[in-house]
Design a protein around this ligand. Structure first.
Ligand code: THU
Length: 157
């Protein structure tokens, strides 16, 4: 038996201003997307934006339902929308922000496991790492590849 460990690398930016122009624009799209959140139960608003290989940006926001499990996270809303509207166009990057009572959360929110699984599939389709940008009212974290967020992800190959 051997003990092994996994190291996760990510970039920690002090604020959105430190990002390059493309990442900042995607983060801003995620912030705009919060306005589409429908969260009458949790009052937790999440916005997401996917950047495609051709530069198109597709936004999504969490959508809740009285039958709770029927709701969907912002990340999957954005990715499924991108997949449906732009089939076959690679998803290069995804930005996410969370908001409560009209203010971005003080720390980056981290995507749920189901959303990470969906990211992994589109990343595999794209054939290159998806950049994941998690914003907040302060720091911004960026991960190059879903494996950095979710090691040992399920993969049916
Ligand atoms: N939510 C997201 O949109 N993304 C996540 O990664 C985690 C949670 C949503 C689901 C629900 O509408 C609300 O946040 C509270 O869980």
């Amino acid at each position: 038996m051997e003990n092994r460990s996994v190291t996760i690398n990510y970039e920690d930016y002090g604020s959105r201003e430190e990002l390059d122009a493309a990442d900042r624009a995607l983060l801003d799209a995620a912030i705009e997307a919060v306005s589409g959140s429908y969260a009458p139960y949790s009052h937790f608003n999440v916005g997401a934006a996917v950047r495609l290989a051709d530069g198109t940006v597709v936004k999504g926001a969490n959508q809740e339902n009285a039958a709770y499990p029927s709701g969907l996270c912002a990340e999957r809303t954005a990715m499924f929308s991108a997949g449906a509207l732009h089939p076959g166009v690679a998803m290069e990057a995804l930005a996410v922000v969370c908001s409560r009572e009209g203010a971005l959360t003080p720390n980056p929110g981290s995507p749920c496991g189901a959303c990470r699984q969906v990211m992994a599939q589109y990343e595999r389709e794209a054939g290159k790492p998806m950049r994941i940008i998690l914003g907040s009212g302060g720091h911004v974290w960026a991960f190059n590849g879903v494996e950095s967020l979710m090691p040992f992800i399920f993969n049916d190959l």
